[in-house]
Design a protein around this ligand. Structure first.
Ligand code: NAD
Length: 268
C-alpha cells in the first residue's frame, strides 16, 4: 500500500497510555508492525493493540519493566521471535517521583534514574545489537535502524521540585547525542523528541481544572496544550526515510514553551 513505514517493526516502550499509546497508534497507521510494551497495564496495552488492528494494522503487547536488564532482554527475544527483527525503537517509558531536594529519598531519585535513563540505555543497547546483526535492508529503509528518545523540555528547562526528572532528561540528551555519534557509521539513525505540556496521565494535575489549565497556558506561547497525536506525527516522520539526513537532533514539540514565555510582552 506504500505506507511510509510499511513492513517495519517498531517497539514503543511504555505505550499502554499517554504519548506512547499515541505514538503506537500513529506508527500502526503509517504501516509499521507495532510492539506495545507495558509494565503493569495489560488492559491498557490490549486497547492500544485493538485500536491498531481495527485500523488494519499489526500489533502485539509485550510486558516488561524497562529498568530491568532481564526483562529488556526477554522483551527483545520475544519480539524478534514474533516479528523476526526490529527497525525502530521509541524510548518513551518514563515517570516522575516529585519532591523538593531536602525531602527527596534515595528511592525517589533512583527510581526516576532507573526508568528514565537506565531503561533507555538498556533498550538502546539491545536494539543497536539487533540492528548491527541484521544490517541494512534497503527495501525497507535507507537506515539500518532508527532510535527516537522521548526526553522533555526539561532536558533544557531547569525544574525546581523535580530535580531527579530534569537530571534524567538532561542525561538522555547527551546519551542520545553520544550514541548518535557512535553508531552513525552503521547507518543507525538516532534522534530525540522533547515534548512540552502534553495532556496525559503523567501531568493531569497541571490541566484538570480550568484554573490549572489557564496557569499552564501562561507557559505556552502557542496557547494550546498538546495532545499525544502532536508527538506521534513527529515521531512517524523522524522514524521514516523522509528525515533520513536528520541525525543526533532533538525536535522540541512544545508550542514554544522553550521560548522564554515570561518575556512575551517585551517588558524591560
Ligand atoms: P504516562 O504516564 O501516560 O506514560 C508513561 C508510560 O511509561 C506509562 O504507560 C507507564 O506505565 C510506563 N512505564 C513507567 N515505568 C515503566 C517501566 N519501568 N517499564 C515500562 N514502562 C514503564 O505519561 P506520558 O506523558 O505519556 O509520558 C511518556 C513520556 O513522555 C515520558 O518519558 C515522559 O517523561 C515524557 N514527557 C511527557 C510530557 C507530558 O507533558 N505528558 C512532557 C515531556 C515529556
Amino acid at each position: 500500500s506504500g505506507k511510509i513505514l510499511e513492513n517495519q517493526v517498531v517497539l514503543v516502550t511504555g505505550s499502554s497510555s499517554g504519548i506512547g499509546a499515541g505514538i503506537a497508534v500513529g506508527m500502526g497507521k503509517a504501516g509499521a508492525k507495532v510492539v506495545v510494551n507495558y509494565r503493569s497495564s495489560p488492559e491498557g496495552a490490549q486497547k492500544v493493540v485493538d485500536e491498531i488492528k481495527s485500523q488494519g494494522g499489526e500489533a502485539i503487547a509485550i510486558q516488561g519493566d524497562i529498568s530491568k536488564e532481564e526483562d529488556v532482554q526477554k522483551m527483545f527475544s520475544q519480539l524478534c521471535e514474533h516479528f523476526g527483527t526490529i527497525d525502530i525503537l521509541i524510548n518513551n517509558a518514563g515517570l516522575q517521583q516529585d519532591a523538593n531536594l531536602v525531602d527527596m529519598t534515595l528511592a525517589q531519585w533512583q527510581k526516576v534514574i532507573d526508568v528514565n535513563l537506565t531503561g533507555q540505555f538498556l533498550c538502546t543497547r539491545e536494539a543497536v545489537k539487533e540492528f548491527m546483526r541484521r544490517g541494512l535492508v534497503e527495501e525497507r529503509s535507507r537506515a539500518a535502524g532508527k532510535i527516537i528518545f522521548i526526553s522533555s523540555v526539561h532536558e533544557v528547562i531547569p525544574w525546581a521540585g523535580h530535580s531527579n526528572y530534569a537530571a534524567s532528561k538532561g542525561g538522555i540528551k547527551l546519551f542520545m547525542q553520544s550514541i548518535a555519534q557512535e553508531v552513525a557509521r552503521h547507518r543507525i539513525r538516532v534522534n530525540g523528541i522533547a515534548p512540552g505540556a502534553i495532556k496525559t496521565p503523567i501531568n493531569e494535575d497541571a490541566w484538570d481544572t480550568p484554573e490549572d489549565e489557564a496557569e499552564l497556558l501562561k507557559l505556552i506561547p502557542y496557547k494550546r496544550i498538546g495532545v499525544p497525536e502532536d508527538v506521534a506525527k513527529v515521531a512517524v516522520w523522524l522514524a521514516s526515510d523522509d528525515s533520513d539526513y536528520v541525525h543526533g537532533e532533538t525536535i522540541f514539540v512544545d508550542g514554544g514553551m522553550t521560548l522564554y514565555p515570561a518575556f512575551a510582552e517585551g517588558q524591560g
